[in-house]
Write a protein that binds this ligand. Structure first.
Ligand SMILES: C[S@@+](CC[C@H](N)C(=O)[O-])C[C@H]1O[C@@H](n2cnc3c(N)ncnc32)[C@H](O)[C@@H]1O
Length: 225
């Protein structure tokens, strides 16, 4: 099965996928390099996932997309305001909905677009599981087998490393990443919290694969359905 993993980060969602050929797209070169180290058999593209989807969607059986969530998150809305520690108001990034509508209308395979629970009613109906929203063209099980992240907001990097089975402290040795907000660079705990729980990633992947394989068997038995 040919799989496209968009906005791949460090491949939290991808950890337990097996028997598949994965192409991963990540914009940040360092994250892409670390993803490649973690998944040496995947093809890794450093580039814009949104454009890659449009140019290559026909080549895949299953597409997973995790567009950046900050402009949709409830946290962002809570933290928007005029105070010194507040963020400036901004538009929600509509690439999320561009991809959902595009995949739903033009992609012949199965897809899953994942994001946070937004601060507004989703513009396209979604399935909510845990602290995530999923847009798919197949029904998701009610229970994704998702594990509960202990003490989500204050989780320490060591706890997140254990949870995601990845040593995030590797990033502290790379320019552009930092352990605390006192130093310049993307906060490592922020990256670690972005990863999808690997059990949820596996349940969704296996559900899609089950449907794809069933359709392939039916097509070979009864011709084009
Ligand atoms: C929410 S994280 C994805 C988490 C991933 N699904 C996982 O489970 O590990 C989003 C990632 O998208 C990357 N990113 C942001 N804009 C991008 C773009 N235009 N093209 C590709 N990757 C992008 C970020 O660097 C970040 O690593």
């Amino acid at each position: 099965m040919k799989v496209l993993n968009l906005y791949a980060c460090l491949g939290g969602n991808r950890l337990l996928w097996d028997d598949c050929e994965v192409t991963a797209v990540e914009l940040d070169p360092e994250l892409a390099r670390l993803y490649q180290e973690r998944f040496p058999n995947d093809k890794v593209i450093v580039g814009d996932a949104h454009k890659y989807l449009l140019d290559h969607y026909k080549e895949f059986d299953f597409i997973w997309s995790s567009p950046p969530c900050p402009t949709h998150s409830r946290m962002r809305k809570t933290n928007t305001g005029d105070g010194e520690r507040k963020s400036k108001a901004c538009y929600p990034d509509m690439k999320l909905y561009e991809e959902i509508i595009f995949l739903d209308n033009f992609f012949k395979g199965k897809y899953c677009v994942e994001n946070v629970v937004p601060y507004y009613e989703p513009l396209v109906p979604a399935q909510k599981r845990g602290r995530h929203m999923y847009w798919t063209n197949f029904p998701l099980p009610n229970d994704l087998g998702e594990r509960k992240l202990p003490n989500f907001i204050n989780s320490k990097i060591s706890l997140l490393s254990e949870f995601h089975n990845y040593d995030f402290m590797i990033l502290s040795k790379i320019e552009g990443f930092s352990v605390t907000s006192h130093k310049k660079g993307t906060r490592i705990d922020k990256i670690a919290r972005n990863l999808v729980d690997y059990e949820a990633g596996k349940t969704i992947f296996d559900t899609a694969r089950g449907i794809i394989e069933q359709k392939t068997v039916q097509t070979s038995l009864f011709g084009h359905l």
